[in-house]
Design a protein around this ligand. Structure first.
Ligand code: AMP
Ligand code: ZN
Length: 513
């Protein structure tokens, strides 16, 4: 009977067509593929958004009783600098710079990323395939495209001829001619159209790559787009339901994944039905891009006294399709909200496990009638004896998550429930358990003392604040003038005031000890 409790139809914004659509799984287990990190450096704060977003999606599917298999790739080869076809491999550049092997680079930054995911309470994917272990399959994939006449060979490698792909660029809604002529600046000798992309990147004569494989097109390495098509199909089947990634992938990477995959399958079906993209996190109104030198990381926030869950809360406080400005003020607000929420929910523990809507309805003791219409309908007519108020909140939570993962609304609903005098203690526990099954803010075990280990800056008087800010500005100036002695002197003064300064890619941040 409980399986019938479906609540609100899950609706998601499909980038393919740019509209909200009902989500209808095509298989018993939904295949979900998320483009993962290129592990040549630390993942910055913006890079973490795609995984918290995909985690929210997974939690939403589970809430709706839809089993999913989640694959997140790790790009440890093939991603050239500036997303180009002919540039150097990002991993190899990092290896030379850091005087470490590419394997060490990949291992180190993969582990750092996994640690950050764990700190953000992102549930593990089912598989984290590494591109370098799928190169043989990528070569086979490219061979098939070659046999089908979709490719041409140049000294620099094997290229996909985008003019042979009838729907090329549909995802990006691109003007094909415009794209072919303008947009991309990279000049590749002999390339037929600017939108054509490398399936295989051959070594230049006399230049030996560090990571190299032999192929019918010479020694070299796969193009960046190939790995996602190959690994997703290998692990999820030829067609699967959902593909996610950052919004920047909508215009190039995913366009090319679709073109080569549909050419490979050649079955007249769309390769993947739902394409979901998260918007960017902005720092100083710019993309926090590693290439622009901004590398503000989760570890920097933690060092500044913020809890990782405060960053998760900051992310969930915005809708995944909205750009979000990362500012100290916004982080302070998230930390304060987290502190309040945890202080409020801690005395209510333990919470029941409420991973699904069906579980919530069952825990509230709601009779499910023959049509399964537990949510909505006339409670009085059913002779209700359960907590009506709690049910209304569960319904609101369900409505929010089903509406394209409206986490800001879900958070607001939770806060309303926590303030509501009419809800029963048991009903509230079910509501908090349900909200946290979707939000993943660790309401079940986060200790108030763990959240906040620093003195809040709000405790400072305006004079103290002005002094600290003046000293920080003087220190920045001294550093600019390379007057290290003066800079150190100021740091000591700040230290004496209990202020700890951290220099980040985007300037100094500080907190009280
Ligand atoms: P990369 O490691 O550069 O391949 O990026 C990993 C993921 O982070 C990709 O899905 C990007 O689209 C995404 N991404 C990169 N920068 C940001 C940002 N500032 N905000 C949100 N997502 C981002
Ligand atoms: Zn990808």
């Amino acid at each position: 009977m409980l399986a019938r409790v479906t609540g609100h139809q899950l609706r998601l914004f499909n980038s393919l067509g740019r509209r909200i659509e009902n989500f209808a799984p095509s298989a018993d287990v939904v295949g979900l593929y998320s483009c993962g990190p290129t592990v040549y450096s630390y993942q910055h704060l913006g890079n973490m958004r795609p995984y918290v977003f995909a985690d929210t999606l997974r939690r939403a599917l589970r809430w709706k009783g839809i089993p999913a298999r989640h694959v997140v790739n790790i790009t440890d080869v093939g991603h050239a600098v500036a997303d180009s076809d002919t540039g150097e491999d990002k991993l190899e550049v990092a290896a030379v710079k850091e005087r470490r092997s590419v394997e060490e680079i990949a291992e180190f930054y993969t582990q750092d990323w996994l640690d950050a995911l764990a700190a953000l309470n992102v549930q593990s994917a089912d598989v984290y395939p590494r591109a370098s272990t799928y190169v043989e399959q990528m070569i086979e994939f490219a061979k098939r495209l070659e046999d089908k006449g979709y490719t041409y060979q140049l000294p620099s490698g094997l290229y996909f001829d985008t003019s042979k792909s009838p729907g090329y660029g549909t995802l990006a809604m691109m003007d094909i001619e415009g794209q072919r002529e303008g947009n991309r600046v990279e000049i590749v000798e002999g390339r037929k159209h600017k939108s054509d992309f490398a399936l295989w990147r051959a070594e230049e004569p006399g230049v030996r790559r560090i990571m190299r494989w032999n192929s019918p097109w010479g020694w070299g390495a796969p193009g960046w787009h190939l790995e996602c098509s190959v690994m997703s199909m290998t692990l999820l089947g030829d067609h699967f339901d959902i593909h996610t990634g950052g919004i920047d992938h909508r215009e190039l990477h995913h366009v090319n994944e679709i073109a080569q995959s549909e050419a490979y399958l050649d079955d007249g079906q769309p390769w993947v039905r739902y394409w979901l993209h998260n918007e960017f996190i902005l720092l100083d109104a710019q993309k926090i891009a590693k290439s622009a030198g901004h590398t503000l990381r989760l570890a920097d926030l933690v060092e500044s006294g913020y809890h990782p869950m405060a960053y998760r809360l900051f992310l969930l406080g915005g809708h995944y399709r909205s750009q979000l400005d990362f500012t100290t003020a916004a982080m302070d607000a998230a930390q304060a909200t987290l502190r309040r929420l945890v202080a409020r929910v801690a005395p209510l523990r333990p919470f029941p496990r409420v991973d699904t809507l069906a579980a919530a309805v069952s825990l509230l003791g709601i009779p499910v009638d023959a049509t399964g219409a537990a949510i909505g309908g006339d409670a009085a007519a059913r002779g209700a004896t359960y907590d009506e108020t709690a049910l209304a909140y569960i319904e609101a939570i369900d409505a929010a998550i089903a509406n394209d993962l409206a986490t800001p609304k879900l958070l607001a609903t939770l806060q309303d429930a926590l303030r509501d005098p009419d809800i029963t203690p048991d009903g509230l526990k079910v509501v908090v358990g349900a909200a946290d099954a979707l939000l993943g803010l660790r309401f079940d075990d986060l200790e108030p003392a763990e959240v906040d280990q620093r003195r809040p800056t709000a405790d400072l008087s305006p004079e103290e604040l002005a002094t600290i800010e003046r000293l920080i500005a003087e220190r920045t100036q001294a550093r600019k003038e390379k007057n290290w002695a003066r800079a150190d002197e100021i740091r000591d003064e700040l230290d004496a005031l209990g202020v700890q300064v951290t220099d980040t890619g985007s300037g100094p941040t500080w907190q009280l000890r």
